[in-house]
Write a protein that binds this ligand. Structure first.
Ligand code: GUN
Length: 285
């Protein structure tokens, strides 16, 4: 069997076009452009690329965007003051602080400083709680994008066995919540899970977000499963690769996401959607 490829680039393009249309309507009706502020502390090269791509996507969709690159030794008080100013800036509807932060800054304290109604990453405990109780205001962009990809290939989730590998606050935990709410039976694996393959081999839907290149191989995949690879790693050959060994997994899976061109573009598309919704809500309020 050769797996169907779930093309994230194409799906993201259509979602971004929809976001651009909705943004144009907001400008027409209320004279308001959705506004996103992206803060990057330090000069991590991978983060710089991600942040630039986010800002570029905003501009292409007709959003207002502000990108601020802040010095790596910025004090927590100065970062919190900057966030406070953005919380009160009416031209800004979404605030994103790129993670990871330098070690002297507490990501928890920083995220909690963002006004929940501008937390387009959905990382604030208020938004995490809303998601957990089934009333999400902002769904974290990467798991939100994964759900859209599963929807696009009409994967039945009710009663399905879903296995998520990686239990981060950014991807794994919200992913598990979304799959649970869609009616799947969810197993959330972490770095201490014993006999990982015994879990992954039972998965009708397998979502992998570990940051460990190629850790899921074809022999760990159930024949016909839908495999979603969230990883973006730089391989020894300098090329981008996922957490799934694509060559062996695609021979077993029913559908699979590639890296690049899979989940990555979807994360950005969902950030636009969340920012747009924040802007729309600010007008409805
Ligand atoms: N670092 C890796 N992924 C993300 C994300 O979705 N949002 C933020 N703010 N930082 C990240």
């Amino acid at each position: 069997m050769t797996a169907r490829i779930i093309n994230g680039t194409e799906l993201a393009r259509s979602l971004r076009a929809q976001a651009a249309e909705r943004a144009a309507r907001l400008v027409e009706r209320h004279g308001v452009k959705p506004g996103l502020a992206v803060l990057l502390v330090g000069a991590d090269p991978a983060s710089q690329v991600y942040v630039r791509n986010k800002v570029k996507a905003c501009e292409e969709a007709g959003f207002h965007s502000v990108m601020e690159t802040l010095p790596p030794d910025l004090s927590e008080a100065d970062l919190l003051a900057r966030i406070d100013a953005l919380n009160h800036d009416p031209a800004i509807h979404g605030i994103l602080v790129q993670l990871p932060l330098p070690g002297h800054l507490s990501s928890h304290t920083v995220i909690e400083a963002i006004a929940p109604e501008k937390d387009v990453d959905g990382f604030h405990v208020a938004n995490a709680g809303q998601l957990m109780t089934g009333k999400p205001q902002f769904i974290p962009c990467t798991p939100y994008g994964v759900m859209k990809m599963l929807e696009s290939v009409e994967v039945p989730l009710r009663g399905a066995e879903a296995v998520v590998v990686g239990a981060s606050n950014i991807v794994g935990k919200p992913m598990a919540m979304l799959l649970l709410q869609a009616g799947a039976t969810v197993t959330l694996c972490n770095s201490k899970t014993r006999d990982l393959a015994a879990h992954t081999r039972r998965a009708d839907v397998l979502v992998v977000a570990t940051g460990r290149p190629g850790m899921i191989t074809g022999d760990m995949v159930k024949p016909g499963a839908v495999v979603i690879d969230v990883g973006i790693n730089r391989g020894a050959d300098g090329k981008l690769c996922g957490d799934v060994d694509y060559a062996s997994a695609q021979a077993v899976a029913g559908a699979i996401t590639p890296v690049p061109g899979g989940v990555g573009p979807m994360t950005i598309a969902m950030l636009l959607i969340n920012t747009l919704e924040a802007a729309e809500r600010s007008q409805a309020a």
